[in-house]
Design a protein around this ligand. Structure first.
Ligand code: AMP
Length: 302
């Protein structure tokens, strides 16, 4: 099964304690799509300006990403600049130019309306709802958000959560949205808002999945050096939902495998700036790290 994603395609200028990069390909929909493309075909719905380079279009197409829902409009592609602290869980946004993304209205081509697997990356919850309104009968809907929408559009976001199966957010957002400091209590509150599952991303501490009757946690892969955490969350979501769409296995076991694949993809993306590592990544490297991941917490097999 293919997977549909809607979200941002931006240029990112990033500074971390390890160096910097200027106007690298970024955006939540981009990270998600490239990660998911290792598992299945991806239909990307987003908008870029006239300045979006042909070779990046080629890169995305070569990864099997369907760009018929990518609107190219007159104006400039959105851009974001951020600087990470020594503690790379902390970052400051230095600049955000939404440009053509400012009045983005997602319009799904007819070929996209029967999508079964859908990921609503971090955009205005009104637009996320607009995407769902255009779909015939979506099966698995994943959703992300950010602090800005939690505080500025809480009503729309809460309504949307009633239509979402899997909420994938970070711990800070989970606390803000639920009003609970403790992650377990926060997850319980979020489940009561509608989603069947809540996945809480905890940066270098990994991911915890909560459903009404189960809890599952994986650590982040222990790396000696994290170069750039940008897009790790979206890359996780791409690996996770890509694997779900590939396997069609929504059992607890299938979901747990998908969470490990998501964590594997996220562990690669942070090894280089921007999308760098995903450009050279191979299927073999993914499978190798998947096995390493499983043995990381294996007790009975030793
Ligand atoms: P993450 O590191 O998972 O928060 O994702 C970072 C990505 O989100 C970067 O590639 C940015 O281009 C993109 N981004 C930053 N600000 C926004 C925003 N306001 N709306 C949508 N995407 C954004």
């Amino acid at each position: 099964m293919s997977i549909l994603v809607v979200g941002s395609v931006f240029f990112d200028s990033i500074e971390t304690p390890h160096g910097k990069v200027d106007r690298a390909l970024g955006g939540a929909a981009t990270y998600f799509s490239v990660a998911a493309s290792f598992f299945t075909t991806v239909k990307m719905v987003a908008t870029v300006g006239e300045d979006f380079p042909r070779d990046e279009v080629e890169f995305l197409s070569k990864r099997g990403i369907d760009l018929s829902g990518l609107q190219r409009r007159s104006g400039l592609t959105g851009s974001w600049a951020g600087r990470y602290h020594e503690d790379m869980n902390q970052r400051d946004t230095l600049d955000l130019q939404l440009n053509v993304f400012a009045d983005f209205q997602p319009q799904l081509p007819a070929t996209h309306r029967d999508a079964q697997y859908v990921f609503l990356a971090n955009i205005d919850p009104h637009l996320q709802a607009m995407v769902l309104d255009q779909l015939a009968a979506p099966g698995v809907v994943g959703c992300d958000t950010m602090n800005h929408w939690i505080t500025e559009s809480r009503g729309a976001l809460e309504q949307l959560l009633g239509r979402v199966g899997i909420l994938i957010i970070n711990d800070e957002e989970a606390r803000l949205l639920s009003g609970e400091r403790n992650v377990v209590k926060a997850a319980r509150r979020l489940l009561a808002m509608g989603p069947k599952r809540v996945l809480i991303k905890r940066g270098e501490y990994g991911v915890i999945q909560f459903s009404p009757d189960s809890v599952f946690a994986v650590p982040a892969f222990p790396l000696e050096e994290v170069f750039d955490p940008t897009g790790a969350g979206d890359t996780f979501a791409g690996g996770f939902m890509g694997e779900l769409a590939r396997s069609g296995d929504m059992s607890e076991r299938g979901l747990r495998r998908a969470i490990v694949y998501g964590s594997v993809l996220a562990s690669f993306v942070v090894e280089d700036f921007g999308m760098g590592r995903l450009r050279t990544l191979t299927q073999e490297a993914i499978e190798h790290r998947y096995r390493q991941f499983v043995s990381l917490t294996d007790i009975d097999g030793v």
